[in-house]
Design a protein around this ligand. Sequence first.
Ligand SMILES: O=P(O)(O)OC[C@H]1O[C@H](O)[C@H](O)[C@@H](O)[C@@H]1O
Length: 325
Amino acid sequence: MTANFDEIAKQLQQELKRRAVDPSSPDLPPMPPTDAPPEQQPIEVTHGNNDMPMVIIRHAPSSQEAQVYCYGAAVTSWTTRGEEHFWVSDQNKWQVGGKAIRGGIPICFPQFGPYGDLVQHGFARVSDWRIRSTTVNEDQSVTAVFGLTSESGQEAMAAWPHKFDAEYSVTLSFAGLETRLSVKNTDDKPFSFTCAFHNYFKTSVVEDARVFGFENLKHLNRLDSDKEMAEQEDSGAGVMLTEETDRIYMNAPEELAAFDFATLKVLKIKKTPTLQDATLWNPFGAEGADPGWKNFICIEPACVTKPATLQPGETWVGAQLLGVE
Ligand SMILES: O=P(O)(O)OC[C@H]1O[C@H](O)[C@H](O)[C@@H](O)[C@@H]1O
């Protein structure tokens, strides 16, 4: 913790109190007035690849940084002491509309995969989210909040005739990176949805990764018509990927971990019980796979096998906390 960061945090809090960020504003909130250069501020509202609006979040006391694009509210980078933990495809076009950003954490909502009438993985990842607020919290964690509502009239949502207000907050703290999705039913009739945090964790090579937490669980094998597969024996060595894998583990525990044998890095995932499933995916060079497939493993806390249902006025919250050792 540096005195400099304290000062920036204080100034930012004062500034945020002074002005309310208008959630419906199509413009990016202005930078907080501080003497420090933007690249040292806890929150930097800026532009990324292809000039797309994005937010950089910094937690200086733990040397963490995250980048979140407004398009898809996609987290595309999370570093601790300069080390990157997410894989992002070299093939991305970085264009608003049509294709989702591949890599980081795409949000699958209100539909996971092809299970429904919407586009694969729903519209959240191909929608423009608005920045609602940026805050340095009392415990020095730093949060950026993004919003998406049915009122925004984006084309990708047209096939989903429900009124909703979705809020996505991304926080860096001593505990790591937290992403939190809240969905409120603002309609006068109930609706159901499925969702996932589609984490693309960076691996040295995917064969070096071992995943812990899935032992003895049943899963649906998406490569075999979602056939329910028998329990796996717990060998104590974790689950290893040696071929194309696309599974949905049901009733996955609240804590999962991925270990990389080459770097000896452990990634820990904590998830809320509202995300009762977790998927495991790597295409292993199958036709159409991204050429970078060797360097990621997708472990995705998800609500798929038991869709969430919201009555009018109700709110659903699902969150994950990612930590690294
Ligand atoms: O190519 P995308 O639409 O981004 O989907 C990528 C992958 O997402 C999930 O992990 C699914 O379980 C996979 O079946 C799918 O291939």
